[in-house]
Design a protein. Structure first.
Length: 596
């Protein structure tokens, strides 16, 4: 027995020693990196050619992980902020960009296009190269028009042609398997759950989707034609011949040169100078952002929020970074902290969200209202999507800025469930339930609503819809009757939302910055230093939390176990997140992203 205890003791001591040695190694490792950083500045070359690959889908923003000692895929906000910094950096000579296969949405492309033109206005150059413009949508090409030169691989396919959308409807399947969808929506245009209730586009949703696509098409073709110096009608006529080969696109001046990626990059290197070093935009931004764009003395709080709105916390600052959600506790606390910070004169809130939880959305809106009541102006910069709950949290701000293509509005709610008790019976599976309390099984996925429960559900939807429209009317200083007319769950593009009073100004992030400078009393020519909220945790602080038994630690271990996920599993998870949950929600999902 004594020998056994000694053996156990040796294992425990050995394990603890191993942990201590690993911790000491980490301290020494990051200490060395810190010393090297102090001795070499930001570590960037003396002459830089930035490179950017825009051939994969982009997030609007994402919190960096303390474990991320390498590069991560850039977000839209990374690109916008990094290009602004690079425009002022004399070491940076230009940008070489790969484009063509991301299927960028029009509003994402509008933000990137504006960032590229702002960069070029400082005297830098941009060369874009595409193996092909694979999507028939307009976003990839619109982003490319922000470059000085567009190269295309010989014999590549130029498919850019228009804006389209498609939707999947499950009602026919549900009818065959005896599933019972019961979903109440307010109002006619609220289409997020139509895939469960309908067999094709409803009349209102067909009108809404056609208007969205037409707005995208008009704005994107107009902007692209202007950037290329082509008459608008001629440009549209050129797109009508797509798909076409690169040689035809060159004749029609849709691109400037034909060449492979190495040839285009060599041209960029020649223009930058033979001694220029190619450096990814992500690496450049990681090395320079803290010393230039952000600081503890920043007078403008920058808060970035991207994803579905959910209750509670997402554990911001963990080792694996945050989830792709906007958690009510996290965002409202970030706004409250910025409000309490005496050095902060105004708040710039970046929103990219389809909405979600009613309770969390209301919690965030309350924080925005209290910030304004405390004398801190709030300006909203909308990303590609700020609809339903995403619009709800924005409606009380001093200013709302949206891209012409931003999908916004969707002032409405939905609630309900899909009951599968009879479906299970078809497979020989029986389900039974026991509930104590009249409506204990109200949200049961087995049994449909009773007539009394259905009436109660609709009354709840009516009350929340009325509250939503009233808050929009108050926040936007519009007559309630006008809000009721433009609400009904309808999604608008920014271009169509502005004349209806739902947004104040069309433009991207830097348009919102100009507005916040005025409200914060910062001179028009004075540069803004942002103070980011919530403050990002360092490696060791996050490490301590991760192994403290907290939920963040659990998520970290789960993240390590699921780094690679099968596409089918991801598709199933996406479908699950869009399914009705039983409670009242403010979501706008299933919206068109690009031509398909």
């Amino acid at each position: 027995m004594v020998a056994f205890l000694r053996w156990i003791r040796s294992i425990v001591v050995g394990t603890l020693n191993g942990v201590a040695m690993f911790a000491l190694f980490l301290v020494l490792f990051f200490g060395v990196l810190f010393v090297i950083g102090l001795s070499t500045g930001d570590g960037m070359p003396g002459k830089i050619l930035l490179t950017l690959d825009l051939r994969s889908p982009l997030k609007d923003s994402a919190e960096a992980s303390p474990l991320d000692i390498g590069e991560r895929s850039p977000t839209v906000m990374d690109i916008v902020l990094a290009l602004d910094q690079a425009g002022r950096d004399p070491r940076v000579k230009g940008l070489f960009m790969r484009v063509g296969s991301a299927g960028l949405s029009v509003p994402r492309a509008e933000e990137i296009d504006a960032a590229l033109k702002r960069f070029r206005a400082t005297g830098k150059f941009v060369i874009a190269q595409a193996q092909g413009f694979d999507s028939t949508g307009l976003g990839d090409y619109l982003a490319a028009t922000g470059a000085d030169e567009i190269w295309m691989q010989p014999h590549g396919v130029f498919a850019t042609s228009g804006a389209g959308a498609s939707a999947l409807f499950l009602r026919g399947l549900f009818d065959k398997v005896n599933a019972v969808p019961q979903i109440a929506k307010r109002s006619d245009f609220k289409s997020a759950a139509d895939m469960y209730m309908e067999k094709d586009y409803t009349g209102p949703d067909r009108v809404q989707t056609t208007a969205l696509l037409q707005s995208w098409y008009d704005n994107a073709t107009s902007a692209s034609a202007a950037a290329r110096g082509i008459d608008g009608k001629t440009f549209v006529s050129d797109l009508q011949t797509s798909p076409q080969f690169a040689e035809a696109a060159l004749r029609e001046k849709l691109v400037d040169r034909l060449g492979y990626d190495d040839e285009a990059k060599d041209a960029a290197k020649t223009r930058a100078g033979s001694d220029a070093k190619a450096t990814t935009l992500s690496a450049y931004w990681k090395a320079t952002q803290n010393s230039n764009e952000f600081g503890g003395d920043g007078r403008v709080a920058l808060i970035e929020a991207s994803g579905e709105i959910v209750d509670g916390t997402a554990g911001h600052g963990g080792l694996m970074g945050s989830d792709d959600v906007i958690a009510g506790d996290d965002l409202s606390n970030a706004i409250r902290t910025a409000t309490a910070d005496k050095s902060v004169k105004a708040i710039l809130l970046r929103i990219d969200s389809p909405g979600g939880s009613v309770a969390a959305s209301d919690q965030i809106l309350d924080a925005v209202k209290k910030a304004r009541a405390a004398g801190k102006p709030v300006v909203i910069s909308m990303g590609a999507l700020a609809a339903s709950g995403g619009y709800y949290v924005s409606c009380a701000a001093d200013k709302i800025v949206a891209e012409p293509g931003t999908l916004t509005g969707s002032i409405g709610v939905l609630t309900g469930k899909v009951s599968i008790g009879k479906t299970l019976a078809m497979a020989g599976v029986t389900a039974d339930e026991i509930g104590v309390g009249k409506n204990a099984l109200f949200d049961s996925a087995i049994t449909p609503y009773t007539p009394e429960q259905w009436a109660a559900l609709n009354a709840q939807a009516d009350a929340i819809y009325a509250d939503f429209t009233q808050k929009v009317a108050t926040g936007r200083k519009l007559p309630l009757s006008q809000v009721q007319d433009i609400a009904k769950g309808r999604v608008w593009t920014g271009a169509d939302a502005k004349p209806r009073g739902l947004v104040d100004e069309l433009g991207g992030f830097w348009t919102a910055v100009a507005d916040v400078k005025v409200l914060a009393g910062i001179g028009a020519d004075q540069r803004v230093v942002f103070k980011r909220f919530p403050e990002r945790k360092g490696f060791f602080e996050a490490l301590g939390e991760a192994f403290s038994g907290s939920a963040t630690g659990v998520r970290m271990m789960e993240g390590l176990a699921h780094i690679e996920q099968a596409p089918l599993a991801q598709a199933v998870m996406r479908a699950a997140t869009e399914a009705p949950r039983g409670g009242v929600e403010m979501r706008a999902t299933g919206l068109p992203a690009q031509a398909e």
